[in-house]
Design a binder for this molecule. Sequence first.
Ligand SMILES: *Cc1c(COP(=O)(O)O)cnc(C)c1O
Length: 456
Amino acid sequence: MRTVIEPFKIKSVEPIALTTREQREKLIKNAFYNTFYLKSEDITIDLLTDSGTTAMSAKQWGKIMEGDESYAGSKSYYKFENAVKDFTNFKHIIPTHQGRAAERILFSVLGGKGKYIPNNTHFDTTRANIEYAETTAVDLPGEDGTNPEKLGDFKGNLNIAALETLIKKVGKENIPVCMLTVTNNSGGGQPVSMKNIRETKNLLKKYGIPLYLDCCRFAENAYFIKMREKGYKNKSIKEITREMFSYADGCTMSAKKDGLSNTGGFIGTNDDEIAGKAKTLLIITEGFITYGGLARRDLEALAVGFEEVFDENYLKYRIEQVKYFGDKLMESGVPILVPTGGHAVYLNAKRFASHIKPEHYPGQSITCEIFKVGGIRVVEIGSVMFGKKDAKGKHIAPPMELVRCAVPRRVYTNTHIDYTVEAITEVYKNRKKLKGMKISWEPEFLRHFTAKFDYI
Ligand SMILES: *Cc1c(COP(=O)(O)O)cnc(C)c1O
């Protein structure tokens, strides 16, 4: 059979809001034209993020009842630790309440003035946590990684030559760690090849710099390796994942993604000294080392999530659904970042709204219009999220202006996707009417979450 079906049936349903255009125009205005301020009860299809929005399985919900809520030494922690060690093989597994808590702890331990942390592309919270620790975050995407229109199998790859140039320029002693984000979220959810992971590790080894994976979507990345990289067709996802981690000295993870759960994260490391310092910080700010800010029942859900995510039928459905979404948009002529990534479709806002300059936030304008047309929530990943200002206050745009339509795991059917495609196509047909925007208020860090906008 050629039709890829959801490898599950639906046991429990949640109603979603159906609103009128008039209502939605008011709602988005009252939300300061920032989709983060919208109330979920007013949203028809929520593609803001795939983070923590997963539908859990009956087995996960069942295990939640078995959570051992002991403060220290909980049974649930050991199930979680075993599940994570099974694919990472790291010596220390330190649970956190989500990914950014793992990042804050790791970069507080490793960062500092005059230090540099490279990555294929830092995710927004990763960059913010590095900069908050007064460290410089450096993006080193591969050649095609910032070209939304060029096809490629592994556009998430890190530029290894650029990494060596950086090491020579700033000195190996000033690079406490090199990160590698799999899949590359801010770079379009694009996978990183095994070859690239291996070669990055080989270069770093020469200079004694450890490699840490930002491994939120390790299973989706492993699936792409299986499908696209020579020599991996007959390997299981677990085998591929283990090989990926075998090149790393540690990791940070938001388990709200490939943990198939609603919350959670962890730091993995083989370094006793880093682990010791991280555990101290964990106790000060997150909780004891056997729960790290999580309810123990969440650790139960994660332990099961880390089994289910290796199911190849699940991964096939997952990646194919995102591809279906991207293919339908392309059939309608909508410019998207190609090829479609693992967890989201990214609209190419530069081409979509080419009459709006980056400093007037084309992606934000598209995002608001998609809500007005279909009650669909998506998010800008471009000048709002990553734009900077030079000394004279002039806007410095990031390489790409994107709008991310993230697909939650096991939540929406392809009819929901069809509806979304119809709405985005409608916005695209009327794109000439899209207006540029300005920021009327912004905070110091991670402005996209709470900034307020208006039309110019
Ligand atoms: C989600 C994400 C994070 C941060 O994790 P949270 O759980 O949201 O704090 C870090 N890196 C990447 C690549 C992510 O996708």
